[in-house]
Each structure stands twice: as structure tokens, then as C-alpha cells.
Design a protein around this ligand. Structure first.
Ligand SMILES: Cc1cc2nc3c(=O)[nH]c(=O)nc-3n(C[C@H](O)[C@H](O)[C@H](O)COP(=O)(O)OP(=O)(O)OC[C@H]3O[C@@H](n4cnc5c(N)ncnc54)[C@H](O)[C@@H]3O)c2cc1C
Length: 462
């Protein structure tokens, strides 16, 4: 009898709940199912697809060392998964299926269909988050709609029950499988420096926690310093678990981890934001269906100005920090968090474009594209979400540039047209007395701000 582990967003052999449970149950084998049509439908970026391809290859090798064979199936989309799994389970006499739970609408529907189709029992286990959705509720048993009390409640829960990190599995090694058979675009150059397997992800995490976490609170907002962990890609496909991050933090920094004012405490809060948005998507599935969390904001008459959207996508808005950010995203598949906030705010509050356009564009490019975090971030910036920035608090893109890239290193790196412009004009190149091969601002921020306030007021005040 064989226990099957179905890997999805948990591409690691260490501290993997489903894998451990399957190995306790008996002889285990493993399966990954590629669904290219579904990934396309979910706007997965080519660089993320390539990352998954490498991660699956590497997972096969890690599992083989513990005596577990990994197979890869390719089907078009989630709808084809139940039948493919049923056939596989019959052929390999699978007695039970184990998988770590995913919490979004399509994934939950897929798993329900699998459980209904398979003849054997299916165990879907909580593994991906610090606390599973439904376990962090208000005293009235309601889901939290604001981050701070959610964070407090989750921390209290963690203090009572941390959850163990499971050790590396042991078994008699077998031959590693041949490389994964699903195709992915060759963008390996973009993957340079990113962890492609669990060992590299662990190393990167330990390095960050030891060398950077202490200064995280003071340094994290400056894109040119590049002092955040860059673990989002690894976390988004489960090369590393959030428990491993938390335990390492505690090991290195002790009680400082529970202090919001410390670097390690601030980093833990970011990991809790990750949980928060997954909980929101689970409790309020309308956000997964293209709807605003704050239903009234769906009535906002967003503009559909193609030229403005194109300029934003291409980093030609005439606002240097926005353009630098967008060029970083398109060229590398990643963007610093502060810049994600600035670029998102600009699309919505300066161009009055629908936040969903930006949300999709980000997913199409991000190596760490994660529906819940991306949707949460966009709805925060658009003032349509949970805990959103109040609509009247509108980032000034010029001031944001001055504040978070004060020496202009980030801007000069990504906008070479401004490389020789002095600090005086760098943030407002339109005032530069000479000629520049750089666009004039596509909007006047002051006027755009008033326009946005009017849009929101129209729906907030009837
Ligand atoms: C508009 C917008 C879109 C975003 N889209 C995504 C996305 O698709 N995928 C994604 O992982 N994050 C997204 N974020 C959150 C955040 O920008 C990234 O997680 C972070 O920049 C990744 O860099 P890092 O790994 O160095 O993060 P660190 O600062 O080192 O943080 C550690 C980890 O905490 C998590 N995290 C940090 N901030 C957030 C946050 N605000 N929300 C949820 N999780 C967070 C990530 O897993 C991150 O790796 C988005 C934010 C905004 C404003």
C-alpha cells in the first residue's frame, strides 16, 4: 500500500507536514501536477514558472535521497486534475493521498473535486501559514478586517503554540528522477541569485536572520540598500516554510522577536501580513473574484486611459521613482516593497486607473507573484481593501522619491537618462534647465490628487 504526497506550493522535503504524515503512514511516493493552462489563467509570470520548474527538479533529487520517488504529470488545468489523479492512484495502488492545504477559491474547489473523485481517503493538512484561516477570530468569532488586532491575536496564539519544525527525512536513497517534463520559458538569467531549492532557501534565510534582521526596521524602506530578505519567491512556492523562518528568528534573537519595535519583531510582522492576506482571501472569497473588499468602492468610475497605462507599464511616467520601480519589475521580476506601494498608488491615485489592471500586470511579472499578497497590497494602495490606506492619504511620488531614495542611487541605476542629473533636479526633472531624453510628467500630481479625492467622495458621500 502506498501513501501519495501531492506537492503543490510546498516544494521542499524538510518541514513538510503532508510529506511527514505520508511517510508515517507507510511507503510514500510523490507527485507534482503541472497545470500550464491554469497558470496562464492566473497570470503566472514566466520567471515564476521557470522557478517552479527548477524547484520541482531539485525536489525530485531531495526526495530521492530519502527514498521517495517524485513523478510529474502535466494536465491543462485544475478541472483535469481529479481524473488524472484517479488514474495515477489506480495505477500505483495508492491507499491514501496527503497534501498541504491551499486556501484560495479555485484551489479549494479543485481539492474538493479530488476528494469526491478518488476512491482512497484524502488528507488536506494545514502547513503553509503561521495559523490556518479560521483559527484567528475576534471575540465574537468574526474574521478580522484590520491587521493590528489580527497580528496581536496571532502572536498570542503563537506564544501558546509555536508548532514544531520537522527534521529532514531519512530513508534509503533511490535514483533521482529525470528532469521535470513540463516546459517553461528559458529565463534562467533572471533566476541568478534566487534560491532554486530548499537548501539554498534555508541558507538565504539563515543569512538574513543572522546578518540583517536586527537592522530590518530601520533599513527596510530604502530600495537602494536592498536589505530585505528577498525570500518572497521561496515562500511563495514553499521552498522554505514560515515555521522555519520563525524558529530561526527565535533561535537568533530570542524575545526581541515579540517586540514590534525591534528589527526581528518588524520582520515577524511582515510574515504575519502574509498570513493576514491569506486569511482575508479565505474569509472573503469575493476578493478572489475580482471584487473590492469594500464593496462600495466597486462603484468608482476608474479611467481606462490606454496611453497612461502603457507609460506606467514601461516606466515612462516622468516620475523618476515610479519609472525606476517599474523598470526594475519588468527587467528582474521583482520590486522592492516600498516601490510596490509607490507604483501601485501612482497607478490608482495619480492615473485613476483601475487597480485590477495593475494587480494583473504585477502577477504577470513578479517572481514571487502570490494572489493573496498581491491582491491585498493592491487593495491597500487603492483604498478599497481591508485595513486600506484611507482614500484621502495620497502618496506624493516626488516626495516619496526624495524620502526613500535620498541620494538617488536607485533612480540613477534604473533610469540611466537621469544618471548625470544633479540631486537638485533628480526628483523633478521637468524643472531641469537643459535637454533630457526623459518624458515630461504624464500627469500633474496636485490636479490628479483632487480628481481622485472627487472620485472617492462621490461614492463615500453619495
Ligand atoms: C502592490 C503590492 C503587491 C504585492 N505583491 C506581492 C506578491 O505578489 N507576492 C508577495 O509575496 N508579496 C507581495 N507584496 C508584499 C511585499 O511587497 C513583498 O512580499 C516583499 O516586497 C518581498 O520582498 P522580501 O522577501 O525581501 O520581503 P521582506 O521584507 O523580507 O518580508 C519577509 C516576507 O514577508 C512577506 N511579506 C512582506 N510584506 C508583505 C505584505 N505586505 N503582504 C504580504 N506578505 C508580505 C513575504 O513573504 C516576504 O518574503 C506586495 C505588496 C504590494 C504593496
Amino acid at each position: 500500500m502506498t501513501a501519495l504526497v501531492w506537492f503543490r506550493n510546498d516544494l521542499r522535503s524538510i518541514d513538510n507536514t503532508a510529506l511527514s504524515r505520508a511517510m508515517e503512514a507507510g511507503e510514500a511516493r510523490a507527485l507534482f501536477i503541472a497545470t500550464p493552462g491554469q497558470w496562464q489563467h492566473h497570470h503566472m509570470a514566466p520567471v515564476k514558472l521557470r522557478l517552479i520548474n527548477h524547484a520541482v527538479d531539485n525536489l525530485g533529487e531531495h526526495l530521492a535521497k530519502a527514498g521517495v520517488r517524485l513523478d510529474v504529470l502535466v494536465v491543462e488545468d485544475f478541472a483535469a486534475v481529479p481524473a488524472a489523479l484517479a488514474t495515477y492512484c489506480r495505477e500505483h495502488q495508492v491507499s491514501a493521498l496527503y497534501a498541504n492545504r491551499e486556501y484560495l477559491v479555485n484551489e479549494l474547489a479543485r481539492d474538493n473535486a479530488v476528494a469526491e473523485t478518488l476512491a482512497c481517503p484524502c488528507y488536506f493538512l494545514d502547513d503553509a501559514l503561521l495559523a490556518p484561516p479560521g483559527s484567528v477570530l475576534t471575540q465574537q468569532g468574526e474574521p478580522y478586517k484590520v491587521f493590528t488586532p489580527f497580528k496581536k491575536q496571532l502572536k498570542d496564539r503563537l506564544l501558546q503554540h509555536l508548532g514544531q519544525v520537522q527534521p529532514r527525512l531519512k530513508g534509503d536513497a533511490i535514483e533521482p528522477p529525470t528532469k521535470a517534463v513540463f516546459s517553461s520559458p528559458d529565463c534562467d538569467a533572471l533566476l541568478e541569485g534566487w534560491p532554486l531549492d530548499e537548501d539554498a532557501a534555508l541558507l538565504a534565510m539563515r543569512r538574513f536572520v543572522t546578518e540583517r534582521a536586527a537592522d530590518y526596521k530601520t533599513e527596510r524602506d530604502f530600495p537602494s540598500l536592498d536589505t530585505t530578505s528577498r525570500l518572497s519567491a521561496a515562500l511563495s512556492i514553499g521552498l522554505i516554510s514560515v515555521r522555519q523562518c520563525l524558529w530561526r528568528l527565535l533561535h537568533e534573537h530570542g524575545d526581541a522577536v515579540w517586540d514590534d519595535a525591534s528589527g526581528p519583531g518588524t520582520w515577524l510582522n511582515e510574515l504575519i501580513w502574509r498570513d493576514f492576506y491569506q486569511h482575508v482571501a479565505w474569509h472573503f472569497p469575493r476578493v478572489v473574484k475580482g471584487r473590492a473588499f469594500q464593496a462600495d468602492t466597486d462603484a468608482i468610475a476608474w479611467s481606462y486611459n490606454e496611453a497612461a497605462f502603457k507609460a506606467w507599464c514601461e516606466g515612462r511616467t516622468g516620475y523618476p521613482i515610479v519609472d525606476a520601480a517599474m523598470r526594475q519589475l519588468v527587467a528582474t521580476g521583482w520590486m522592492h516593497n516600498r516601490l510596490r506601494m509607490i507604483a501601485a498608488s501612482f497607478l490608482v491615485k495619480d492615473l485613476q486607473l483601475d487597480w485590477r489592471l495593475g494587480e494583473t500586470f504585477f502577477m504577470r511579472h513578479l517572481i514571487d507573484g502570490d494572489f493573496a499578497a498581491n491582491n491585498g497590497g493592491w487593495q491597500w494602495a487603492a483604498s478599497t481593501g481591508t485595513d486600506a490606506a484611507p482614500y484621502f492619504r495620497i502618496f506624493n511620488p516626488t516626495e516619496q522619491g526624495k524620502r526613500f531614495d535620498p541620494k538617488g542611487q536607485f533612480i540613477r541605476n534604473w533610469v540611466p537618462e537621469l544618471q548625470s542629473v544633479s540631486d537638485k533636479y533628480l526628483f523633478e526633472p521637468a524643472a531641469y534647465p537643459g535637454a533630457l531624453d526623459y518624458p515630461q510628467p504624464i500627469v500633474n500630481h496636485k490636479e490628479a490628487r483632487l480628481k481622485t479625492l472627487a472620485l472617492f467622495k462621490a461614492i463615500k458621500e453619495g
